[in-house]
Design a protein around this ligand. Structure first.
Ligand code: NDP
Ligand code: NDP
Length: 318
């Protein structure tokens, strides 16, 4: 299938696997790329030497294009960018920061740059910065999230009307019906996170994968808005933070309670009570752990089935 995004990235299907901290190592990224989508290594949880290992393993595991997601608030970002250039990674997705900072450097080195935004105003900044494509991610998404709570249903058409460069929709997309809806709204590809957490190849702890599979509608919520807004499963840690916020705890108190490494504890080490469990609303629709290639295939099949069904509506224009 051809869209401007598949042409830009050199991939077969317009499905991008999100670069999720602790869940997207080389094994998942290469499996998705081998299946015809775009796999991304989530570098936010990797020390520089670990990132280099993952890139090198990914290059060995696939001859197809793959990329690295770099959250721009990462502490050792200069080292990450240097490794990405040295290892000749073809595609970088940046997020959580200003796209002006790194886009020129990456483009000078022939790297395709895509930036993730949660609002039209940030999408416009991406165009100014010269990125190749934009991911617009709605409120449904897991992990880091926009403060304004704009849903994918509203965000995608708004961004589509505001910019003309290639657009990728994210937030609440795990199946082909949702992909078809995103295309109807103006997207040319989708970025899928939560569905790939519950894959065989994801580096998430097995206990976290099971939690994702068991999650029902309403089991996640956006929290920590005073620090960094993040959508989490409502576990013991979430409830503690929620109570603190309700009694008016200060930013300092919240930061002290959060401490360091909560995401690793929850998602990588499987501490379901004390850890941060970052996942999207769509976890309520995910009921199995599948190989990444099967996930790509299922999404594409259901996407085409949905387009076929839509043809059956008779045209009655008022
Ligand atoms: P290894 O099993 O040799 O692990 C390589 C190292 O990567 C290991 O130290 C592993 O930590 C760590 N690791 C694996 N997945 C992640 C991850 N998602 N985030 C951070 N560290 C991770 O080979 P692998 O090919 O499985 O992984 C190589 C290394 O990459 C491992 O150290 C692994 O922990 C690390 N890794 C890091 C990931 C991350 O997001 N930061 C994701 C996946 C692997 P450990 O030894 O504790 O398993
Ligand atoms: P914390 O400050 O709580 O902890 C830092 C974590 O990152 C630790 O677990 C640490 O591993 C690991 N880490 C990897 N590289 C470094 C480094 N160079 N210096 C310090 N720590 C490092 O942060 P979070 O766990 O909340 O977030 C970690 C990163 O992930 C941040 O860069 C954040 O911006 C990004 N992030 C990205 C998200 C996304 O969806 N892309 C979502 C949430 C966060 P160890 O415990 O082994 O020392």
């Amino acid at each position: 299938m051809k869209t401007r995004v598949t042409e830009l990235l050199g991939i077969e299907f317009p499905i991008i696997q999100a670069g999720m901290i602790w869940c997207s190592g080389w094994e998942l990224a290469s499996a998705v790329s081998n299946a015809g989508g775009l796999g991304l290594i989530g570098s936010g949880s990797m020390y520089p030497d670990i990132l280099r290992i993952h890139i090198q393993k990914c290059k060995k595991a696939t001859s197809k294009p793959f990329g690295v997601n770099v959250p721009l608030l990462y502490p050792d970002i200069d080292k990450h960018m240097q490794i990405i250039v040295e290892e000749k990674v073809p595609i970088v997705f940046t997020s959580a920061g200003n796209p002006k900072t790194w886009t020129p450097y990456l483009k000078e080195h022939g790297i395709k740059v895509v930036h993730v935004v949660s609002a039209v105003k940030f999408a416009l900044k991406c165009v100014e910065a010269g990125v190749d494509a934009v991911v617009a991610e709605g409120f449904e998404a897991g992990g880091h999230n926009g403060r304004e709570e704009t849903t994918t249903m509203v965000l995608i058409p708004a961004v589509r009307d505001a910019i003309s460069i290639p657009l990728i929709a994210a937030g609440g997309i795990a199946n082909g019906r949702q992909m078809a809806a995103a295309f109807a709204l103006g997207a040319e590809a989708v970025q899928v996170g939560s569905r790939f957490v519950a894959s065989l190849e994801s580096s998430a702890h097995p206990a976290f994968k099971e939690t994702v599979v068991k999650a029902k509608e309403g089991d996640t919520q956006l929290t920590l808005k005073q620090l960094t807004p993040v959508r989490l499963i409502k576990n013991k840690f979430f409830k503690e933070v929620d109570e603190m916020e309700k009694r008016g705890a200060s930013v300092e108190e919240l930061a002290a309670h959060l401490g360091r490494g909560r995401a690793k504890k929850g998602m990588f080490e499987g501490d379901l009570d004390e850890g941060e469990l970052e996942i999207g609303q769509v976890s309520g629709l995910i009921n199995d752990i599948l190989p990444a290639a099967e996930i790509v295939k299922n999404i594409m099949r259901e996407f085409y089935d949905t387009l076929e069904k839509m043809k059956n509506f008779s045209k009655t224009i008022p």
